[in-house]
Design a binder for this molecule. Structure first.
Ligand SMILES: [Zn+2]
Ligand SMILES: [Zn+2]
Ligand SMILES: [Zn+2]
Length: 346
């Protein structure tokens, strides 16, 4: 679901109204609806397309603004998607509807099972087995206590459990009930996120990327770099790696950022601020890292970045990263000031 400004305003209004009335967005039964339900409370926000309502609600639920609660399950025809489906109990052998409840007799000596009328054909008062013609005298000895079961008039099948079949009133398709589609109908509750969005008057969410990447420079923030290196410190100790880093300050820091975006290489990450850029090796030998970092400084000059102050250092793996970075940034700052002062003196 693409949300533009107008739709955002409407959704926020809807959230606000349901929040004020402290109610769920609930479906109502509707014979004319293709899903048997409608969300008519949404008509005043989104018009009267119920299909559209459901799509929006589910879209908002997917994004965490609404919590779904099951309200009903609707059987639907597999062929035409209509919910106008009639359920049948039928003979499990031939699927005929022509069955009846009957009293059944079981003749022990020959094993014959049949309905009562068959055993009474010869005499109304006495029971004779229609198969072996023996007389049935004692219940429990000659024959089993009569039981009620279902008897199919079409195929003669005797059964205790029906088959569950369906016919679609709309298109006439027949199917076993377990082949029908089942559509879940939900009511929706505002989530905490929706309530926050009412307060902020915005559906905008802050993504993880927005938190850790500077949108102007595409470099990481210093906070994230610190966090990352703090974790990487343990990895480096474990694998015997070194972490070298380069702090660059330049009069044309924008050019440095652009350059770094072009030079992006696995194994190196960089963080940016308005006046510096820090590039760090994350894996591999110290020698290859320092070589690469030095080459960056050379290439930067060729790229057109002016007045560069760059400090190459190795991170101490036995100390916290945050303090070290502060020191290194300050040291680079100091070198820059001193070289500026030198220039003024000269
Ligand atoms: Zn049958
Ligand atoms: Zn018999
Ligand atoms: Zn159908």
């Amino acid at each position: 679901m693409k949300i533009d400004k107008v739709l955002e305003k409407t959704i926020l209004q809807m959230f606000n109204d349901f929040y004020d009335s402290n109610s769920f967005i609930t479906p109502e039964r509707c014979v004319d609806s293709p899903t048997a339900y409608v969300y008519s409370s949404l008509n005043k926000y989104f018009g009267e397309s119920n299909e559209g309502h459901e799509r929006k609600l589910n879209g908002l639920a997917d994004r965490g603004f609404l919590i779904k609660h099951i309200h009903d399950r609707v059987f639907m025809c597999d062929s035409c998607k209509s919910w106008h489906v009639n359920l049948h109990e039928s003979c499990p052998s031939c699927h005929s509807l022509d069955w009846a409840k009957r009293t059944l007799y079981h003749h022990f000596s020959c094993g014959y099972v049949g309905v009562e009328s068959e055993f009474r054909k010869r005499s109304f008062n006495e029971l004779y087995c229609p198969k072996c013609e023996e007389r049935l005298r004692h219940v429990g000895l000659d024959y089993e206590k009569p039981v009620n079961s279902f008897y199919c008039n079409s195929c003669g099948h005797i059964f205790n459990e029906h088959a569950a079949d369906s016919i679609c009133i709309n298109c006439g398709a027949t199917a076993p009930v377990d082949k029908l589609l089942v559509k879940e109908i939900y009511s929706y509750e505002l989530s905490q996120k929706a309530i926050v969005s009412i307060e902020n008057n915005s559906l905008l969410e802050t993504s993880f990327k927005e938190l850790v990447v500077d949108s102007d420079t595409q470099g990481y923030t210093l906070d994230y770099l610190t966090f990352f290196l703090e974790n990487q410190r343990t990895v480096a100790q474990e694998f015997g790696d070194e972490i070298h880093l380069l702090i660059i300050t330049s009069d044309s820091i924008k050019a440095v950022h652009e350059f770094m975006n072009e030079k992006r290489t696995p194994g190196y990450i960089f963080a940016t601020s308005n006046h510096y850029c820090i590039v760090c090796g994350t894996r591999g030998s110290g020698e290859s890292q320092t070589e690469y970092l030095k080459s960056l400084v050379t290439d930067l000059s060729a790229y057109g970045a002016e007045d560069i102050t760059a400090t190459l250092s190795m991170l101490r793996l036995d100390q916290e990263v945050a303090g070290q970075l502060d020191e290194l940034i300050a040291a680079n700052e100091k070198r820059r000031d001193e070289s500026d002062a030198d220039e003024t003196v000269e």
